[in-house]
Ligand binder design. Structure first.
Ligand SMILES: Nc1nc2c(ncn2[C@@H]2O[C@H](COP(=O)(O)OP(=O)(O)OP(=O)(O)O)[C@@H](O)[C@H]2O)c(=O)[nH]1
Ligand SMILES: [Mg+2]
Length: 337
């Protein structure tokens, strides 16, 4: 779309056979995918690429100049604080697709999730909950794509890691003779440029690179930890009853001190693989206190969101101190669940 040349069929990067150290490298231009995709697909060897958002924003703006239908994919566990950001760049007809339903506990009702998003009053043609991994609601999504599409082309946008490429692969698997497979990985910035995938004569999906969320913990931890913090199975919520002057510690990543308030209930929605411990009489315990501290006044029924990690539902009002890497975004929202 921006540069010329043969594109990698896995991630969209322009192929080149000149410089091993630069993106798009392949041993021969006869190949269909770049070396990075080849290694991810065949050996599960991941290579982190750090990209600036400027290029991606250009891609989104050019999507906004078309009249095509857009699917905005977002990860239910990591709902962006700023859903408007993409909506403001792209005025097109748009379906908001909430992916990874499988990681939320089964007790969470879909209608509640949809209602939560509708209360934000951002215009979408429709909000649809899916799970690519469980092949859940993909049929319905395809029906609605057909209903709203204005041309053959439908764009797939969203933040990095939301599951855009995974969704397109699932649609190919379910409904197409096309054998192309996009590269997917647990690391951010897997897709590097637009990739067109023809599903059938009436539908071409266009994968795009994700917007990088600089406040996500994924961008600020050892890449080896990424698999551990990304839930692959249904989350088992962990509830801790805390009194003031008690704390919760998540691995060596986050410390939450309950500083002021009545007895309170903290429920953690995080990968089951993450170790959590509780500290009693924590005021004089120093664990993780070297990290940046942010204090929050919590109202009734709010979530503390830790971008890229998950969220903590807090039932009563009170004061908390959160210790975490200064680059990782945390914020409070009305409880999702
Ligand atoms: N649990 C769960 N994981 C999913 C689902 N869909 C995708 N994933 C995982 O999410 C991660 C990111 O998937 P990708 O398809 O690479 O995401 P993307 O949006 O294309 O990411 P970028 O190309 O980096 O923008 C991978 O580890 C997928 O396996 C789902 O329905 N459930
Ligand atoms: Mg992708």
């Amino acid at each position: 779309m921006i540069k010329e040349g043969k594109k990698c069929k896995g991630c969209g990067v322009i192929l080149q056979d000149q410089n091993v150290l630069q993106e798009g490298y392949t041993t021969s231009l006869e190949n269909e995918i770049c070396q990075r995709c080849f290694r991810m697909k065949n050996y599960g060897e991941y290579q982190v690429v750090t990209k600036s958002n400027e290029e991606y924003l250009e891609i989104l703006k050019s999507v906004g100049k078309t009249k095509d239908l857009v699917l905005y994919i977002t990860d239910l566990l990591n709902l962006e604080r700023n859903i408007e950001q993409i909506r403001n760049i792209i005025p097109n007809k748009m379906i908001l697709v909430l992916n990874k339903k499988d990681v939320l506990p089964k007790s969470v009702k879909e209608t509640k999730l949809i209602q939560y998003l509708e209360e934000k009053n951002i215009h979408f043609e429709e909000v649809i909950v899916i799970s690519v991994n469980k092949n859940y609601n993909i049929d319905y999504l395809l029906k609605r794509i057909k209903y709203y599409q204005t041309t053959k082309n439908v764009y797939v946008v969203g933040h990095t890691n939301a599951g855009k490429s995974s969704l397109i692969n699932k649609l190919i698997e379910n409904y197409s003779d096309n054998v192309q497979e996009l590269t997917m990985s647990p690391l951010p910035s897997t897709t590097l440029n637009t990739v067109n995938i023809e599903i059938n004569d009436y539908l071409t999906l266009i994968d795009t690179p994700g917007l990088v969320d600089s406040g996500s913990i994924l961008n600020h931890i050892d890449p080896k930890m990424i698999k551990k913090i990304s839930p692959r199975k249904e989350i088992k919520p962990r509830t801790y009853q805390l009194r003031k002057n008690q704390s919760i510690i998540i691995e060596n990543l986050v410390r939450i001190d309950y500083v002021e308030g009545e007895k309170n209930s903290f429920t953690l929605f995080l990968s089951n693989d993450l170790k959590v411990r509780r500290l009693l009489n924590s005021a004089n315990k120093e664990d993780l206190k070297e990290l940046n501290k942010i204090s929050y006044q919590v109202k009734y029924d709010e979530d503390l969101v830790i971008n890229g990690l998950g969220f903590v539902k807090i039932v009563n009002k009170g004061w908390i101190d959160v210790y975490i890497d200064q680059n990782v975004e945390t914020f409070l929202r009305k409880s999702l669940i």
